[in-house]
Design a protein around this ligand. Structure first.
Ligand code: C2E
Ligand code: MG
Ligand code: MG
Ligand code: MG
Length: 283
């Protein structure tokens, strides 16, 4: 896909249509078994205040497939959405992330990605409420990351679901801002708790004056609306310095910490060991 290609993935060959469909069917079948066999796991990537303090972690799902190795969500989330598996998968991710965060000694947030399909089908507020009750996680520590596509599908239904989620006390983050439709009317009709600028604008922040202008404008817009801005995909200290100068509120990226099993950032007793703004080696 164009988006994947733009993000630097390598396409080795272009399979014929028949091959593609067969591969898709195979993935669907394997994924169905993967959920039953507990082959899905979560990696956690730290999010930091620009001054350095850790705020929380984003949970990012992975599939440890016996045949395929560690499969990226970019590959299997779209498949799961097509064949309805996103519902059990989404429930599993939410449950695991909340259970994990409830163990932490520090009241850090955990951010969970929610697919548009989870909005369309089922009763997300009810599901979230149930998981919070079962895990004992305080609602204020759960952030749900959604993209604008959720609002495009069925605007009034989406707004009503978001309002019910807000009423539970959970936070709603707008993910990948700047890549989708980025209609300002969405910012007008719902108060997001955070906006994440897509890493497409961060990658060339130091070299492309247009990206720099857009990033600054989004930060200013966020501040006018009283919404904190997080920059995703921060890979270099130069990008970090520019974001700091521009008044960005939070950062997340390979520079400050890669997505890793939680054991990389904490211990079995739930103690989290992340130094201020990590400074893990970049690249
Ligand atoms: P996202 O929510 O925008 O997550 C950020 C993606 O950027 C993650 O890719 C993360 O590993 C990657 N990333 C973080 N820092 C950097 C950096 O400095 N440089 C670069 N190049 N990349 C960075 P990942 O884990 O492959 O996930 C891709 C997408 O898959 C996510 O984008 C999200 O849309 C989706 N996804 C992941 N986990 C879940 C899930 O549990 N449920 C659903 N519905 N979607 C998920
Ligand atoms: Mg996200
Ligand atoms: Mg994102
Ligand atoms: Mg994304």
């Amino acid at each position: 896909r164009a988006k994947a290609a733009a993000r630097g993935s390598v396409v080795f060959y272009e399979p014929a249509m028949g091959d593609q469909q067969r591969e898709r069917r195979a993935l669907q079948d394997e994924l169905r078994f993967a959920i039953a066999r507990d082959e899905l796991l979560l990696h956690y990537q730290p999010q930091f205040k620009i001054a350095g303090e850790i705020v929380g972690f984003e949970a990012l799902v992975r599939w440890q497939s016996p045949g395929r190795g560690l499969v990226s969500p970019a590959q299997f989330i779209p498949i799961a959405e097509e064949c309805g598996l996103i519902m059990p998968l989404g429930d599993l991710v939410l449950r695991h992330a909340c259970r994990e965060a409830a163990r932490w000694h520090m009241p850090l947030t955990v951010a969970v990605n929610i697919s548009p399909a989870q909005f369309r089908n089922g009763d997300l507020p009810h599901q979230v409420h149930t998981v919070l009750m079962e895990t004992g996680l305080s609602p204020a520590r759960l952030e749900l990351e959604i993209t604008e596509s959720v609002l495009i599908d069925d605007f009034s239904r989406a707004i009503s679901i978001l309002s019910r989620l807000k009423a539970l006390g959970v936070r709603i983050t707008l993910d990948d801002f700047g890549t989708g439709y980025s209609s300002l009317s969405y910012l007008h009709s719902f108060s997001f708790d955070k906006i994440k600028i897509d890493r497409a604008f961060i990658g060339d922040l130091a070299t492309n004056r247009h990206s720099k202008a857009i990033v600054r404008a989004v930060i200013d817009l966020g501040h006018s609306l009283n919404v904190p801005i997080l920059a995703e995909g921060v890979e270099t200290s130069e990008q970090l310095a520019l974001l700091e100068q521009s008044g960005c509120d939070e950062v997340q990226g390979y520079l400050t910490g890669r997505p890793e099993p939680i054991a990389e950032y904490g211990d079995l007793t739930g103690r989290i060991h992340v130094r201020p703004r990590g400074y893990a080696a970049a690249g």
